[in-house]
Design a protein around this ligand. Structure first.
Ligand code: 5GP
Length: 113
């Protein structure tokens, strides 16, 4: 059973895709929490941050490259932005396919706890 995000990768579910390589996809969050709210997802079903292995390093590097390119293209890199990964229940993770949230487009204030 594939994850929600694999269904987006496979075009089984529509999404507003903003960036894609052979290892990474990025699309707008369906419920944005800031003017820019983009999810950066590896094209590998790594369930949580706890499950990252050394062999996944290329995916991680490409995810950071995606963040750099997307924020530059959206012209939010200079002002800044926030990158979040939620992990498991205390982190509030809802989709068990590793992803980075890019949040920006306005001052985000203090980190919520
Ligand atoms: P998590 O809570 O797992 O860190 O984040 C999951 C994110 O996925 C949430 O911000 C939620 O709004 C987003 N999301 C859930 N379902 C969909 C969907 O079908 N399409 C898109 N684009 N985002 C989704």
């Amino acid at each position: 059973m594939s994850t929600l995000f694999t269904k987006i990768i496979n075009r089984e579910i529509p999404a507003s895709i903003v960036y894609e390589t052979d290892k990474v996809i990025a699309f707008n969050d369906i419920d944005p929490q800031a003017p820019v709210h983009i999810l950066v997802v590896p094209k590998k079903e790594i369930p949580t941050l706890n499950d990252i292995e050394p062999k996944d390093s290329e995916y991680l590097m490409e995810m950071y490259s995606a963040i750099k390119e997307i924020t530059r293209d959206l012209k939010i890199a200079e002002d800044g932005y926030r990158v979040i990964t939620n992990c498991n229940s205390h982190g509030g993770q809802e989709v068990f396919h590793l992803h980075f949230h890019i949040l920006g487009g306005k001052p985000l204030g203090a980190l919520l706890v």
